[in-house]
Design a protein around this ligand. Structure first.
Ligand code: ADP
Length: 461
């Protein structure tokens, strides 16, 4: 096993990895930008090294500075967390060529899956259904032909895409031309790769994803699914497992498809296969996230498996410590993402000093957060400040405990998504598990029932 690991990340995921290392008796080296100097999680590391100024490009995204820190601190492995360099195959390759293990998948699998178009090709090879669509689009004329073939509405997606960037809907020939131009420009500036392809735009699908784990010996297991349909502008806000109302046969098939795809890609370590599920229960692969996910604790709560610990063990060359049959899914887990954002002002970022921090607790509650009272949320990075999770034997009980925890949770000084979650958990569509990916747009962002005038449905007893 490794003796010393560097964490190339910040915030709650840095703290999560520190905890896993401590549990395994591994020393931890943290890195930080000037914006994070004195941050609370750094005190829990054995060593903390400043890697540069606040902008991520000069610190958390700066490969040479991170490698230099790893060399100086003499670590054997780097955990990239999520975001930043976690899905950068070039970084993984450099780590390994410096004899530092990258705690993640093989470079080759990262390269293939990092390109959505390539990933679709792999899915086809693994006999995993994909959304009807095209290969990379050359000319506008080709796009027009394909769009008419698959039928409007269509979604233009960047091959190198992520975080919803380079994604545009087109509902007819005229909007297609403008959307193509915008998608290409956005992809070019975000990923330095303007290549795009088309997908049929599915109306009101659900987002269901499967957690997989594979070891370096070729064994791959799934740890069941998470439903992440509660999204705003394609960004997840609530995740849960199991996916409510998903027919058992569809659930089994999706999980098996994810394992097939991972094996076809020669994948190891933790990863997530994302799917869209339509009203008829047909599922379609959309992409693989080749890293640990923000919402991984949902799976930890229903399986009892520590995913970050497993990631480290796998990177150190150990075989999986359990078989597929030993993965037992129990009860229901729900996660609410608490962001430093104002849900009443279009989720505008709300950085600043947290003047009061009173977190919830008690039976069935888990809070993953790097925040303490007096902490200043910097404006430079992702707005996630806490992940509030609950576990209960049934969904009804899980909803009740989540409502109670959200009530207990008091944050002052900055705006957060806590009031948003309090409302959503009283919406009948959510209570009944009938949410699709357009739910937040319809119920919160100026749809049928705005946040202020909505009449919360009476919660089921
Ligand atoms: P990104 O990597 O940029 O986050 P994804 O491909 O993972 O993009 O898609 C993000 C979200 O966009 C999905 O969860 C879903 O809500 C929506 N989406 C993606 N593809 C489609 C599609 N073909 N039809 C309808 N919605 C889609």
């Amino acid at each position: 096993m490794f003796q010393r690991i560097l964490i190339a990340n910040r915030g709650e995921i840095a703290l999560r990895v520190i905890r896993a290392c401590r549990d395994l008796g591994i020393e931890v080296v943290a890195v930080y930008s000037e914006a994070d100097r004195g941050a609370p999680w750094l005190q829990l590391a054995d060593e903390a090294i400043c890697i540069g100024p606040a902008p991520a490009t000069e610190s958390y995204l700066n490969i040479s500075r991170i490698i230099a820190a790893a060399e100086v601190a003499d670590v054997e492995a780097i955990h990239p967390g999520y975001g930043f360099l976690s899905e950068n195959p070039h970084f993984a390759e450099i780590c390994r060529s410096c004899n530092i293990e990258f705690i993640g998948p093989p470079v080759d699998a990262m390269r293939k899956l990092g390109n959505k178009n390539e990933a679709r090709r792999l899915a086809r090879e693994a006999k995993v259904p994909i959304v009807p669509g095209s290969d990379l689009i050359g000319s506008d004329a080709e796009a027009l032909r394909v769009a008419r073939e698959i039928g409007y509405p269509v979604l233009i997606k960047a091959a190198a895409g992520g975080g919803g960037r380079g994604m545009r809907i087109a509902r007819n020939d005229i909007s297609l031309q403008a959307a193509l131009k915008q998608a290409r420009a956005e992809a070019e500036s975000a990923f330095k790769d303007g290549s795009v392809y088309l997908e049929k735009y599915l109306e009101q699908p659900r987002h269901v994803e499967v957690q997989i784990l594979g070891d370096q010996k070729g064994e791959v297991v799934h740890l069941w699914e998470r439903d992440c349909s509660t999204q705003r502008r394609h960004q997840k806000l609530i995740e849960e497992s199991p996916a409510p109302n998903l027919p058992p046969q569809v659930r089994e098939e999706i999980c098996r498809a994810a394992v097939r795809l991972a094996k076809t890609a020669g994948y190891y370590n933790a990863g997530t296969c994302e799917f869209l599920v339509d009203k008829q229960g047909n599922f379609y692969f959309i992409e693989v996230n080749a890293r640990i996910q923000v919402e991984h604790p949902v799976t930890e709560l229903v399986t009892g498996i520590d995913l970050v610990r497993e990631q480290i063990r796998i990177a150190a060359g150990y075989p999986l410590s359990f078989t597929q049959r030993q993965v037992v899914h129990r009860g229901v887990a729900i996660e609410c993402r608490i962001n430093a954002e104002d849900p009443y002002r279009g989720f505008a970022p709300s950085p600043g000093v947290v003047t009061r921090w009173q977190p919830p607790g008690g039976p069935g509650v888990r809070l993953d957060s790097h925040v303490v009272q007096g902490y200043r949320v910097p404006p430079n990075y992702d707005s996630l400040i806490a992940k509030l999770l609950v576990w209960q034997p049934t969904r009804e009980e899980a909803l009740a405990v989540m409502r109670r925890a959200l009530r207990e949770f008091i944050v002052e000084g900055i705006k957060t998504t806590i009031p948003f979650h309090r409302e959503i958990l009283n919406q009948s569509a959510f209570i009944e598990g009938q949410v699709d990916t357009t739910f937040v747009e319809r119920f919160w962002l100026g749809g049928e029932a705005g946040p202020r005038d909505s009449k919360p449905a009476v919660a089921k007893k």
